[in-house]
Design a protein around this ligand. Sequence first.
Ligand SMILES: Cc1ncc(COP(=O)(O)O)c(C=O)c1O
Length: 365
Amino acid sequence: MIQTPYYLIDKSKLLRNMEKIALLRERSGAKALLALKCFATWGVFDFMRDYMDGTTSSSLNEVRLGHERFGKETHAYSVAYADYEIDEVVSHADKIIFNSIGQLQRFEKQSAGIIRGLRLNPGVSSSTFDLADPARPFSRLGEWDVKQVEPVMDLISGFMIHNNCENGDFDLFDTMLGQIEEKFSPLLKKAEWVSLGGGIHFTGDAYPLERFAERLKRFAGDYGVQVYLEPGEASITRSTTLEVTVLDKLYNGKDLVVVDSSIEAHMLDLLIYRENAKVSPNQGPHRYMVCGKSCLAGDIFGEFDFPSELNVGDRISIQDAAGYTMVKKNWFNGVKMPAIAIRELDGSLRTVREFSYTDYEQSLS
Ligand SMILES: Cc1ncc(COP(=O)(O)O)c(C=O)c1O
């Protein structure tokens, strides 16, 4: 038995998403790039590579990782590049997408040797939480004025538009794409490629994949563009768990258990967005509040129902622990960093990374 805490990536679950992505690519003609900001655990890139076209990035580190560890097509994007990093970014990328006309013009010479694009902001999004809403008022994410973009069209050949956010509603996607077409059609007609970003939950069980594929194909045909998607969460959703062990039990008006992990250190995104973790099947007569071991009073995974009483030493699997989770893990409180393990297709388990005191020490100086 592997010592907890550890993240467990299950390749057979990952395969379900990969097969849907491959099917979508085939039916729609769109290319799919893994968004490394969401998931960058390169130990499974060899496996994912067969089903996807490459990676997209948000920084120099990510574009380098994508180039070196995933290969295939490598897109570079960043909200802003610094002068000292641009040459190295370009050396790792097939395409560079600038967030603003200012950055495009600033790095015009350095980026002249690769394909260039610009991020557009259509001013509409599926997000209901302003923290994650690229179309929030005064957003810095992309250009929105057609008149400003037209004069720089000779420097670029395509666009990236990321305005979906955890969007599992195809009709909403369709409506917003219509709004994008209405707003940006003069630009789209001049483009050779358009990336529609991530945030589309098309690998979900009930998602109408055929309608989605048909819509992407129509968009590509109408404007004569190669469509790209940048799935992060959709690529890895429901593939990974965080395995933890109960260390203590308390009763303070509710039954509490403390586990050998921390939501703040190991599943930070849930805390930021004020969401509960998931436990499956979450059924049974024994309800516990599952708490982390950091000093943060609100370090709580959530309240869940279990089929039997929990005791010290029992293990719990926290579901859906891949996206925006492993990329955000941190050393708060010096809590033991979860190892990373992979369950192979034949069911065998393999630990691919363990973290030690030296890693903690080396993370600061
Ligand atoms: C530009 C861009 N592309 C792709 C993604 C990936 O989104 P998701 O993980 O929701 O699919 C994001 C997420 O913020 C993004 O900002």
